[in-house]
Design a protein around this ligand. Structure first.
Ligand SMILES: [Zn+2]
Length: 412
């Protein structure tokens, strides 16, 4: 079906909101209202199933919602489309539940949402519900009023809108669509691999550091951590007792903000690195998705380590992998928008393969250095692996894994 977004890419635009105290109270009330609605609709479906063994069609709940709004002013106070979005969200979680059941997995039944896990209001037709005043950077929210937006932000044409709260702040996330904007061809290709000591290595010899947490930022997080410890009263098994204490709540929030800033810095760094890679290269070879997670599960997790896996090493590794995984996702997104080509490559044994002669041998790899036991080629181990990834992207697709395995046999 043709849509008005044909060929366009989804685009999220996040802008800070500055609600007044009264407006924030209204937003929090709507948040509570939608959460209670979600839990009530879920309860209804559970009851229908346990007492009558029937599944409750969402159409029926939709009709009841209309009746409920007429009877209960508390429900009527919340914008109707936000409530429809809640019902839709419940449908999605049930759809995911049944999909996983069908696949033979053991998913958890959709759960009730505590306040801590309910932090957004969805306006499925935001352009209809919210009135944006770009001249004064204000947005009119039904039932809340005219809320100030961060100045200097240009909000593109939007459809769906989310009002989101995080660590006591509010944001509007506008969902728009835009056409890709191809970058001029650069005529060069690159292989990118996750590094062992670095975030990533490129086949042209560049290595990209992990953003160090930064001693100052780290010190701030630790200070807030200690401050929280100091105001926390614990029971015999270490659970906090004074969770409602305003002083402790403030300390929790300060710690959460410090951690958020740290995460923002890391996120910002990944955006910069991915932008640089997409700008410089036309064709970008990355390891294919999923393959690495298969090898990882074979090694086990920190909770259930496989044979010979140290728990600490596993945890560190998982954190580094998460960083690279995010980088790869950003590269894919930015490449799509810039009309660059991303080639997915089977990355198995890439760290043991010689980029010069193709020999696969464990012994070639000695810590940070790669020294081929056959041809003597020497390189930074991570750069060598990135070069192997690029070679595999450029060679016929069939050859890579088969040959790699065959050669390893020879070497053994
Ligand atoms: Zn070699």
């Amino acid at each position: 079906m043709a849509s008005r977004f044909d060929g366009q890419l989804r685009w999220l635009h996040k802008v800070r909101l500055y609600p007044t105290c009264a407006q924030e109270r209204a937003l929090v009330t709507m948040l509570r209202g939608t959460r209670e609605l979600y839990n009530a609709l879920l309860q209804q479906r559970r009851d229908a199933w346990t007492t009558r063994r029937v599944s409750m069609p969402s159409r029926e709940q939709y009709t009841q919602l209309t009746e409920l709004r007429e009877a209960e002013p508390r429900f009527a106070a919340v914008y109707r489309e936000c409530q429809d979005a809640v019902l839709h969200r419940l449908d999605l979680s049930f759809a995911a539940f049944f999909r996983r059941l069908k696949r033979g997995e053991e998913p958890g039944y959709p759960r009730f949402k505590p306040a801590s896990r309910w932090n957004q209001l969805e306006y499925p037709h935001g352009d209809r519900a919210l009135k944006l005043d770009p001249a004064h950077m204000r947005v009119k929210v039904p039932g809340v009023g005219s809320v100030r937006l961060r100045k200097g932000r240009i909000v593109p044409e939007f459809g769906r809108v989310f009002l989101v709260t995080k660590n006591g702040r509010w944001y509007a996330v506008f969902e728009g669509h835009r056409l890709p904007s191809p970058l001029p061809a650069s005529g060069s290709s690159v292989g990118v691999d996750r590094g062992i000591r670095v975030l990533a290595a490129l086949s042209d010899g560049t290595t990209i550091e992990n953003l160090r947490p930064g001693s100052r930022r780290k010190a701030v997080v630790e200070r807030h951590q200690r401050a929280l410890e100091a105001v926390t009263v614990k029971d015999a098994i270490g659970r906090p007792l004074n969770t409602k204490d305003p002083g402790r709540i403030a300390a929790v929030r300060r710690l959460a903000r410090a951690k958020e800033r740290e995460a923002n810095a890391r996120h910002d760094w990944l955006h910069k690195v991915s932008r640089m890679i997409v700008q410089r290269f036309d064709r970008i070879a990355l390891e294919a998705l999923r393959l690495r997670s298969m090898t990882r599960s074979a090694k086990g997790t920190p909770e259930q380590p496989g044979v010979g896996v140290r728990a600490k090493a596993g945890l560190n590794r998982a954190l580094l992998d998460a960083g690279f995984g995010k980088l790869a996702t950003l590269i894919r997104e930015k490449a799509e928008y810039a009309a660059r080509t991303v080639i997915e490559v089977d990355a198995r044994y890439s760290s043991q393969t010689c980029a010069a002669c193709g020999q696969v041998c464990k012994e070639s790899r000695e810590g940070p250095l790669f020294a081929c036991v056959r041809c003597g080629h020497e390189a930074d181990a991570d750069v060598n692996a990135a070069q192997v990834i690029l070679l595999r992207a450029e060679s016929p697709p069939m050859s890579a894994p088969g040959i790699a395995r065959g050669r390893q046999h020879d070497a053994a």
